[in-house]
Write a protein that binds this ligand. Structure first.
Ligand code: CTP
Length: 431
């Protein structure tokens, strides 16, 4: 059981306010105590009775109600977590400036709880330098910014600005409050991991019969690396890692199902590659670098799922290393392999999308995200798919749980479920 939090959900005045109901509902179903603080403008978009019925608590709006209880600070002080969804451009500006001219502004200023905002606005407003600066200010103060997603907006236009889906916001919010999403999102419907009765090839073929996103990658060339490189020490031994290639193979299968022409660069897959992809098999990091660099020249998207060895033995021996010569201690000198993803990102073509993966053993969810942000900045890719791995987690399993960061560090998507459904969600982001 995850602990019961007191969560303040701030709802501000945008059309996405109707989606706040989903956020509130998911938090309540998770067992948290939810108190809605709505702005006057929010109540023009969604009715107070709806918010009260779903949150199971009165909705607070007015700064001058409940003055005797000093409500303008009491709500913020009692909060374990504040989630503002949707957060309009105006709200972001007020938060960045510390303006407290309504109950929500006072509540945020009076609180030391983690603050999570889910922006929603038109693309032009989101890209306006004022909003960009406000979001940067908020982020520098530790505020978690979830989304916005890209897609159809209120009018005929589309682009980044759509409020993220409620399940994504709730996951990010609980993570910001220090709850592991693994424990915390059971109330939000999740893609259920496929039952492990199908061979990988049948699974891939099933994917091509039931494309979720239509053929929205038709005509696109996608290069996916998968598996783990092996760096030879001698003719019989190597340095390797535990990557099975399942997630990368699933990305290849999902991309193919969506109409893409797929090149799969495979380093020691433990599963069969999907039929119909162009398969290039490699052994070492240097071979993988050569193959992916060449294939990337004509690719629209490059997805670096492979676990690339960071180091290789300085010398590969032609003959087996003998115990008789090494004795009780054997020291092997390693030299660094090139960072392939960083190289691809630095030389990518205009319009090409480069996606990296990062497997980290860090158990703390917020530190994990920070590690991801640092890695993303170092690699320079457009997206980084972050997952937690451990002795029992991440490798050779049929399911996965990921957070996707985009350049700049925003969380743009979280997904869990079968590696195929996770692959499909990643491609949604790429599309
Ligand atoms: N990667 C790469 N070249 C390397 C090492 C990693 O292209 N020499 C890519 C991986 O394919 C992955 C991403 O970089 O997409 C992150 O890999 P990861 O092993 O998590 O990061 P490292 O750069 O190796 O950093 P560290 O091991 O210190 O966490």
């Amino acid at each position: 059981m995850s602990p019961r939090l007191t969560v303040v959900v701030g709802v501000t005045g945008g059309i996405a306010a109707y989606k706040a109901v989903g956020v509130i509902r998911a938090l309540v179903l998770e067992g948290h105590s939810v108190h809605v603080v709505a702005t006057e403008a929010a109540l023009r978009f969604v009715g107070r009775p709806t918010l009260e019925a779903i949150s199971r608590n009165p909705v607070a709006t007015d700064l001058y109600e409940g003055v005797a209880e000093v409500r303008h600070v009491a709500i913020g002080q009692s909060a374990d977590l504040i989630v503002i969804a949707p957060a309009t451009a105006n709200t972001l500006a007020k938060l960045a400036a510390g303006i407290a001219d309504d109950l929500l502004g006072n509540t945020v200023l009076a609180s030391t709880a983690p603050l999570v905002v889910a922006p929603a606005m038109h693309t032009e407003m989101w890209r306006n330098p004022a909003t960009v600066a406000n979001v940067a200010t908020l982020r520098s103060r530790g505020v978690t910014v979830v989304g916005p997603a890209s897609g159809q907006l209120t009018g005929a236009d589309s682009g980044p600005g759509r409020m993220e889906e409620p399940d994504v916001i709730v996951r990010a919010a609980l993570r910001a409050a220090g709850l592991s999403p693994r424990l915390a999102v059971s109330a939000v419907p999740e893609p259920v991991a496929d039952v492990v009765v199908l061979s990988e090839r049948r699974r891939a073929n099933e994917a091509s019969r039931r494309p979720r996103g239509g053929v929205d990658l038709a005509g696109k060339r996608i290069v996916v690396t998968a598996g783990g490189t092996r760096e030879p020490l001698d003719p019989v031994r190597f340095l390797g890692n535990r990557s099975s290639g399942r997630q990368g193979t699933a990305v290849a299968a999902a991309a193919q199902a969506r109409g893409a022409e797929v090149v799969l660069i495979a380093a020691h897959l433990e599963v069969e590659p999907p039929e119909g992809v162009e398969l290039i098999e490699v052994q070492t990091a240097l071979e993988l670098q050569e193959a992916v660099t060449e294939a990337a020249r004509s690719a629209d998207v490059v997805v670096m799922t492979a676990a690339v060895a960071d180091y290789r033995p300085a010398v590969t021996r032609d003959a087996k290393i003998k115990k008789s010569e090494a004795g009780q201690h054997l020291t092997i000198e390693l030299v660094a392999n090139p960072d392939i993803l960083a190289g691809l990102s630095a030389t990518k073509r205009e319009g090409q999308v480069v996606v990296g993966f990062a497997a980290e053993t860090e158990p703390d969810p917020s530190t994990l995200i920070e590690l991801g942000r640092t890695k993303l900045a170092a690699k320079g890719s457009d997206f980084l798919v972050l997952n937690q791995v451990g002795w029992e987690q991440g490798f050779a399993t049929e399911s996965n749980e990921v957070v996707v960061l985009r350049r700049g560090g925003d969380i743009v998507m979280e997904a869990s479920g079968s590696k195929l459904s996770v692959a499909d969600r990643i491609l949604d982001v790429v599309v």
